[in-house]
Each structure stands twice: as structure tokens, then as C-alpha cells.
Design a protein around this ligand. Structure first.
Ligand code: EPU
Length: 303
């Protein structure tokens, strides 16, 4: 979506928001798939209420994007203006066992920064790509850790109220790859409370998780992590593997040879290829196991 009205563009820039016209968004996602749109990079969180009001008044549809590591965007010109938070410095601040992190902060760097201050509990999340905000929205988890366990406070912009609000951790439901945030909530910053642990012990935990991940996941290929959520008591990856679908492809969208719940972009895959592969694998799993797999990757479909 293009912002054609020069007055609107000027009003947006006057809020301290950077306007980048016609950005190729494939480059901003780990799958390397997606079309183009105008990108609005928000430097100051306080600008959000006014920015969103301006966009609404101008009837310009918008979507907010985090680190793009669990996202499948459509091809072609996107029907939304894209909003993204700029990375600010410092984006991680530590005081005792409390960690304040900007939602644009990199998740992995947050884990290692905390480790250096002898704060653990997040070892399992090492190697999960993306931002703190994205991890919060999905309640990212791996190897027995989930971020929600450590959340004490979240600052969030809620378009429904038009305000920036502070929620206590206890007011948010964190479930398996799901939270009670509204779909249009924009997470701004979080306060985590992490247990004290010696650096050497944390490092050992990080090494173990890194090794497990390297052994089982296609880390050097473009992917969005696991495509489907695991159904209760089962593994989507194992089911897809048992169906002999490793290497199965539509165009350049391909079921990874290493982990069958990772679908990789093996070249120039389009969103249409990836969506067709997702639908095909889902149908085959339904036919064989009678299980309806639910996407874990967030799919933006033009309505
Ligand atoms: N398996 C196969 N074939 C495969 C893949 C897996 O037989 O192609 C088997 C494995 O051998 C194992 C079982 O399935 O016995 C489970 O596999 P794995 O340990 O890799 O875990 P997963 O359930 O497939 C989940 C998360 C991952 C997370 C790992 C480690 C989901 C959907 N996936 O994978 O998260 O990294 O556990 O904790 O919950 C993600 O969210 O994007 C993600 C990758």
C-alpha cells in the first residue's frame, strides 16, 4: 500500500516516524517471501496513538510487523501500510533480577545479555529468531522454556482504546504458542523477572540447546520455524515425516529434509507456493491421521 497523499506523508514524518516508500518486504522476513509496501518505522513509542489515528482517519489499512521470523506475507503489492518499531539504544536494561527490554530487541541477544549478568531461565529460547515483541505475542517456547513464565509487565499500544497501557503479567494468558493479547495490540516493552544463575551454568544450557537445534532443524535455510502447531500429545513434524513428505515441494517451497515441520524457501518461493504446500500437507495429514493441523506461522491474507 502506498501513501500517495503528500500532506499525510508529511504529517507522519512530523511525528518522528520514518517513511520508507515501496520497501521489498521479502528481505524483512526469514522466509524471504513477500511483496512490497510503504514501511513506517516508529522511533518513539509515544508517536503510535497519533500515527494510528492518522492512518484510520485517512482510511489507510495498516499491519504491524515484528522481526518477520514467523510470518508469511502475500506476494505483490500488499494491501496494508506496514508499521515496525525502530531498534533503540539501549534496548535492554537490567536491575537486579528485573530486565526491561524493548519489544524491538533481538530475543537471542536478550538471552545472552541477561546470561552475562548471571540471569538465566531463558536458555531454551537461544536460537529462536525474532524480536522480544514477537516472542511475547506467540509465547515463544523451546526445550521446556516459554517466555510467558518470566513476564511481569508489558507496555502495549491498544488500538481499541487508542492508548498505551501497562498490563501486569498476571493479566495476560500465556498458552502454548498463544496469548490473550488482541490481534491488533502492539507490544512496546516488557519487564521480565529472571532467576539468578551462574554464567557458566547458563552457558552450558545454551550450548546444549544450540546443539539439539543444529542437529534437528534446518538452520542455514530460509524458513519460519515450525509451520504447524503440534496437536495435543503429538508431533506435527513426526506425522509429516511418517507420510514420507520430506523434500516434497510446490515450486521452491519445500518440506525440509531435516525437520518435516519446517517448510523452507529453497530459492524463489512465492507465497502462493508456500500456501499450496501448507494446504497439501494439511490435507494429507487429515486423510491419514484424521487430525486438522493448525498453522503456527502467522499468515497475512489479503481479505
Ligand atoms: N520428528 C521426526 N521427524 C521430523 C521431525 C521430528 O520424527 O522430521 C520427531 C523427533 O525425532 C522427535 C519428535 O518428532 O521424536 C519431536 O521433534 P522435535 O524435538 O524436533 O520437536 P517438535 O515438537 O517438532 C517443538 C517446537 C519447536 C521447538 C522444539 C524444541 C512446535 C510446533 N515446535 O518441535 O519450535 O524448537 O520443539 O523444543 O511446538 C517453532 O515454534 O517454530 C519451533 C521450531
Amino acid at each position: 500500500m502506498r501513501i500517495d497523499d503528500p500532506k499525510l506523508a508529511a504529517a507522519i514524518v512530523a511525528l518522528g516516524v520514518e517513511h520508507r516508500p515501496g520497501v521489498s518486504l521479502a528481505e524483512k522476513t526469514s522466509l524471504g517471501i513477500g511483496g512490497t509496501s510503504d514501511l513506517l518505522v516508529i522511533q518513539k513509542h509515544e508517536a503510535l496513538p497519533e500515527l494510528v489515528q492518522l492512518l484510520k482517519q485517512s482510511r489507510l489499512p495498516y499491519r504491524f510487523m515484528g522481526g518477520g521470523s514467523n510470518l508469511l506475507l502475500p506476494d505483490g503489492e500488499l494491501p496494508w501500510v506496514i508499521l515496525q518499531l525502530a531498534r533503540r539504544e539501549p534496548d535492554i536494561r537490567i536491575e537486579g533480577n528485573s530486565v526491561w527490554a524493548d519489544c524491538a530487541a533481538d530475543l537471542g541477544r536478550t538471552v545472552t545479555t541477561c546470561a552475562k549478568q548471571n540471569l538465566g531461565g531463558m536458555e531454551g529460547l537461544i536460537g529462536v529468531p525474532g524480536t522480544i515483541g514477537g516472542a511475547l505475542r506467540m509465547n515463544a517456547g523451546a526445550y521446556g522454556t516459554q517466555i510467558g513464565t518470566h513476564v511481569r509487565e508489558v507496555q502495549v499500544f491498544r488500538p481499541a482504546s487508542g492508548r498505551i497501557e501497562t498490563l501486569r503479567g498476571s493479566e495476560i494468558n500465556f498458552e502454548y504458542r498463544h496469548t490473550s493479547f488482541a490481534p491488533d495490540d502492539i507490544m512496546l516493552s516488557v519487564r521480565l523477572e529472571l532467576p539468578s544463575k551462574p554464567y557458566s551454568e547458563i552457558l552450558q544450557g545454551i550450548r546444549v540447546c544450540n546443539e539439539k537445534r543444529r542437529a534437528s532443524q534446518p538452520l542455514n535455510q530460509k524458513s519460519a520455524g515450525c509451520i504447524f502447531k503440534n496437536p495435543p500429545g503429538a508431533s506435527a513434524g513426526r506425522m509429516i515425516d511418517e507420510l514420507g513428505l520430506k523434500g516434497h515441494s510446490v515450486g521452491d517451497a519445500r518440506v525440509s529434509d531435516r525437520h518435516a515441520n519446517f517448510f523452507v524457501n529453497a530459492g524463489h518461493a512465492t507465497a502462493a507456493d508456500m500456501l499450496a504446500l501448507i494446504a497439501d500437507v494439511r490435507n494429507r495429514v487429515r486423510e491419514r491421521y484424521g487430525v486438522e493441523l493448525e498453522e503456527e506461522v502467522i499468515v497475512w491474507k489479503p481479505s
